[in-house]
Design a protein around this ligand. Structure first.
Ligand SMILES: Cc1cc2nc3c(=O)[nH]c(=O)nc-3n(C[C@H](O)[C@H](O)[C@H](O)COP(=O)(O)O)c2cc1C
Length: 198
């Protein structure tokens, strides 16, 4: 079974990516049944939903940007979970994240394809208390609309998800507390995915 990370940062390979890698590495360590992949939205052209209704009848969007190219990777028979990673922008998710989530409505409209998939959220802010928890909860609202099973970062850090701080001394690599929440989120995702199945 597979857990997919979506990196919503407009910057490839930076702090959100590193945090997702730590999260998914822990998921793989938790269970040998788990495989992982990360899709980076950086460089992709993913616009906002136009509410045209085209995706009510097919798992396809009328807009000719890069979203359609992601559908087959996400709509994988082995999909057991999704972890969304986003930088915190002005106290909430990055616009790329919101555009991705709004466009994901097609998976809901075509049979609730994310129902019972495990969902986790990881937010990276430049300041320690920059809105990570608010951001996590805003993304979780979308996951709940999909009938996903939202998990927190589990015992012993257990709060809302993974909350990281990139602007401290030493940057993201030195945010031991934040990285621990990322690893705990990965473990929790794997535990629940294995319990629920695909
Ligand atoms: C437009 C913009 C707004 C931001 N707003 C916040 C904020 O409200 N709170 C915060 O903690 N960090 C904020 N940041 C900092 C980023 O969240 C932080 O640098 C993050 O690590 C970037 O992720 P990345 O390295 O994956 O791109 C902001 C950055 C930008 C560019």
């Amino acid at each position: 079974m597979k857990i997919i990370g979506i990196n919503c940062s407009p910057r490839k390979g930076q702090t959100t990516q590193k945090s997702l890698e730590a999260c998914l590495e822990a998921a793989r360590e938790e269970s040998s049944q788990i495989r992982t992949d990360i899709i980076e939205l950086a460089g992709l052209d993913i616009r906002g939903c136009l509410a045209c209704g085209y995706c009510r009848k097919q798992l396809q969007c009328k807009q000719e940007d890069d979203f359609n190219s992601l559908i087959s990777a996400i709509n994988d028979k082995e999909l057991a979970g999704i972890v969304i990673g986003t930088p915190v922008y002005l106290g909430s998710m990055a616009a790329q994240c919101k555009a991705f989530l709004d466009r994901s409505v097609m998976f809901r409209r075509n049979g609730f394809l994310f129902r019972n998939k495990v969902g986790g959220v990881l937010a990276v802010g430049g300041v320690r208390n920059g809105g990570q928890e608010l951001t996590i909860q805003a993304v979780q609202a979308a996951m709940l609309c999909h009938d996903m099973i939202c998990v927190s970062d589990g015992m012993n850090t257990a709060h809302f998800g993974a909350a990281l701080w990139s602007g401290g001394p030493g940057g993201i690599d030195s945010d031991e507390i934040g990285l621990e929440t990322a690893r705990n989120l990965g473990r929790r995702l794997a535990q629940v995915a294995v319990k629920v199945g695909t």
